[in-house]
Design a protein around this ligand. Structure first.
Ligand SMILES: Cc1cc2nc3c(=O)[nH]c(=O)nc-3n(C[C@H](O)[C@H](O)[C@H](O)COP(=O)(O)OP(=O)(O)OC[C@H]3O[C@@H](n4cnc5c(N)ncnc54)[C@H](O)[C@@H]3O)c2cc1C
Ligand code: SF4
Ligand code: SF4
Length: 380
């Protein structure tokens, strides 16, 4: 989005459509170009754990399911290569594509910018990026996934071995009134951790899973029962304690965590992998978007909403859905989106039917006596 003008009922929005350098009408998604492209880059969709090519499909459920070329391409950088153009049988590669400005006229706007996961590199004590087998919960989501870097096998990066003893550290970047932390609870991490523990046990029933938490907050209908389900699994422990990610074994790359025990003692315990349950931060572009749309942000830089109608922003005609309004899970994002759409309908009700135009059909004629003709109309 590059610009917005106007008011409720009549906004003019200018969008910038980045070029994908692939002709959508010609690409069949066969991925021959991907096969031949010589440039390998850390795959952003897989949290940069596995590699992808400079021409690739973003992820396996992408719509449309076709490739795009990113800024790592040799031709875009140095005017070299063009192998993809030579191997594509459908002539779908188009390096002449330019960014396209699209202007649209709309009556209402819903902002759904989502969130940015907390970056644990901001605080040294998490050892993310320093200890090889410390990963974030976002990394672990991809590791668990069948379309992930290890095709659904749980492996750790130091030796690609399957870890049997895993620790989760809760409230990473959340509930902390200190520099580099957020004071609010991110609401989803306790529950997604329980999901990750249950899935880990599905992969490997012998796995030992230990969750270090501040207290478990299972927001949402019936999520406390989800916790109760995870809690009773064999070899699963929930320990209420702040932890210190102490050291990495130089030979095994296992990680020692120091924590306090309920009887007031201190214990050191070794794990093969540590997952940091990162919280939800406001999206990166929040301030810029707020300025362009003339909406207010709250003290945490999420969208400021009306307490009684939490899909309403401070500007008439602009609504919000999903995690841009604050940390929420997928079901809440989905029904919030329905709420925002309903508010748009309510606002624009007076315009209903105004854009409808009368369909004009060719005049019918008498075809009796003419040779029969058969039309076949294929939808595409
Ligand atoms: C590790 C982890 C695991 C989770 N697991 C679960 C789970 O199991 N179940 C569950 O219910 N919830 C889970 N959640 C929470 C879930 O991710 C969020 O509830 C959900 O993603 C919110 O959806 P959204 O559409 O609001 O935001 P997002 O999913 O963040 O989507 C926002 C989209 O907007 C795009 N965008 C942002 N700015 C712009 C812009 N200016 N122009 C164009 N596009 C833009 C972004 O690129 C992004 O694609 C998990 C969260 C984490 C961190
Ligand atoms: S031109 Fe770019 S995208 Fe095409 S094969 Fe070469 S590096 Fe890959
Ligand atoms: S949901 Fe759980 S892990 Fe996340 S911030 Fe709140 S208490 Fe901490």
């Amino acid at each position: 989005m590059s610009d917005v003008e106007g008011e409720a009922g009549d906004f003019r929005v200018t969008l910038v459509k980045k070029p994908r350098y692939i002709r959508e009408d010609k690409c069949t998604g066969c991925t021959t170009c991907v096969e031949y492209c010589p440039v390998k880059i850390p795959d952003p969709f897989n949290q940069e754990i596995s590699k992808n090519k400079a021409v690739h499909i973003y992820f396996s459920q992408a719509i449309p399911l076709i490739t795009y070329i990113d800024e790592n391409c040799l031709y875009l950088k140095e005017k070299k290569c063009k192998i993809c153009e030579a191997v594509c049988k459908h002539e779908a590669i188009d390096f002449s594509a330019k960014p396209e400005k699209v202007e649209i006229n709309v009556g209402a706007i819903i902002l759904s910018l989502g969130f940015e996961p907390y970056d644990p590199r901001l605080r040294d004590e998490y050892k993310y990026g320093k200890f090889k087998n410390v990963v974030t919960s976002m990394d672990y989501e991809r590791i668990l996934s069948s379309t992930g870097p290890y095709e659904g096998e749980i492996r750790r990066s130091s030796d690609l071995r399957h870890p049997h003893k895993i620790a989760w550290v809760q409230c990473v970047g959340s509930r902390q009134v200190i520099e580099g932390g957020n004071s609010y609870c991110s609401t989803v991490c306790c529950t997604y951790t329980q999901k990750q523990v249950i899935l880990t046990k599905d992969h490997d029933p012998e796995a030992e899973c230990v969750v270090f938490h501040n207290d478990i907050r299972s927001y949402g209908k019936d999520f406390e029962r989800f916790f109760q389900r995870a809690e009773v699994l064999p070899n699963v422990r929930f320990i209420r304690s702040y932890v210190n990610i102490l050291k990495e074994d130089p030979v095994t790359n296992n990680i020692t965590i120091r924590y306090s025990t309920p009887d007031g003692g201190v214990k050191d315990e070794e794990f093969e992998m540590v997952v940091l349950s990162v919280g939800l931060c406001p999206p990166k572009g929040a301030s810029l978007v707020a300025e362009k749309f003339g909406i207010e942000l709250n003290e945490h830089r999420f969208c400021k909403v009306d307490s009684f109608v939490p899909v309403t922003t401070s500007k008439k005609g602009i609504f919000v859905s999903g995690a841009f309004s604050g940390p929420i899970d997928i079901p809440e994002s989905v029904f919030g989106s329905s709420g925002a759409a309903t508010k748009c309908g309510e606002l624009l009700n007076y315009r209903r039917g105004k854009l409808a135009t009368q369909r004009v059909y060719p005049e019918e004629r008498d075809v009796r006596g003419e040779e029969p003709k058969v039309g076949i109309f294929v939808c595409y």
